[in-house]
Ligand binder design. Structure first.
Ligand SMILES: NC(=O)c1ccc[n+]([C@@H]2O[C@H](COP(=O)([O-])OP(=O)(O)OC[C@H]3O[C@@H](n4cnc5c(N)ncnc54)[C@H](O)[C@@H]3O)[C@@H](O)[C@H]2O)c1
Length: 244
């Protein structure tokens, strides 16, 4: 049976659980060689062994770690066709409660991590004249997020970096798009329970339910595959109508 990603090599950050795990599993099932990275070592190793992929411990804030993982992947597999910049954190905190550590962590992981990923991997894609970079933003990168100002800042930055990188790389046939999920059922949304706002948040979704991680993985699959060969610099919203 032919897969939609046959012959492609995909690197997925934050692949140990949640959406990154769903993307790792789906991409492997569609024929990709998957290299997944995370700070959660045992969960990441389990996913990698179940899908016949590779795991590297990796903090996306660390430029040195990015260089060595990309170098290793190019040595092992010869190319990287797809990068999913998925790793992220989400904390609910008002402006007053956003201390320097929370700000630095959020911007470091959600924004700088995405930049470093694109900066480190794109040269080999440019050389191959082929590649798809998928940056996971959020609906918080399309509108305001009261009580999550650092998160919104980081996700708007992802949207802006995506469009800038798309313009820079388009002539080399390297595509860069952002995905903007609404509320997805992963460990991340425990934060809504911690803040006591889960039901109120779900009530604002026109479709009346949260999405599964596999819903986002299916969209990422389209962007990773050649089916999306004319899509670049675009925002793909998947939110059950939240921002409609
Ligand atoms: N769940 C949602 O409702 C939702 C909505 C919009 C956007 N998103 C975005 O989707 C992406 C995936 O989130 P998720 O829902 O799967 O949440 P999740 O918390 O289940 O997964 C996030 C993953 O990122 C990893 N990670 C965190 N810090 C890291 C670091 N410094 N280096 C490397 N890996 C790190 C975590 O260990 C985890 O495996 C994130 O970018 C998130 O902001 C999620």
């Amino acid at each position: 049976m032919t897969g939609r990603l046959d012959g492609k090599v995909a690197l997925i950050t934050g692949g140990a659980r949640g959406q990154g795990e769903a993307e790792s599993r789906l991409f492997a099932a569609e024929g990709a060689t998957v290299v997944l990275t995370d700070i959660l070592t045992s969960e990441g190793q389990t996913v990698a062994s179940e899908i016949g992929g590779q795991f590297h411990h990796h903090d996306v804030r660390d430029a040195h770690s990015w260089s060595s993982i990309v170098k290793q992947t190019l040595t092992d597999h010869g190319r990287i066709d797809v990068l999913v910049n998925n790793a992220g954190i989400f904390r609910i905190a008002s402006m007053a409660d956003t201390d320097q550590a929370l700000w630095d962590d959020t911007i470091g992981i959600n924004q700088t991590g995405v930049f470093l990923g694109m900066q480190t991997i794109s040269p080999s894609m440019v050389e191959n004249k082929s590649g798809s970079i998928i940056n996971i933003s959020s609906i918080a990168g399309l509108r305001g997020a009261g009580m999550a100002i650092a998160y919104a800042a980081s996700k708007w930055a992802v949207r802006g970096m995506t469009k800038s990188a798309a313009q820079e790389l388009a002539a080399s046939n390297v595509r860069v798009n952002s995905i903007h999920p609404g509320i997805i059922d992963t460990p991340m949304i425990d934060e809504f329970d911690n803040a006591g706002v889960r039901q109120r948040t779900v009530d604002r979704i026109p479709m009346g339910r949260v999405a599964e991680a596999t819903d986002v993985a299916n969209l990422a699959l389209f962007l990773a595959s050649d089916e999306s060969s004319y899509c670049t610099g675009s925002e793909f919203v998947i939110d059950g109508g939240f921002t409609a």
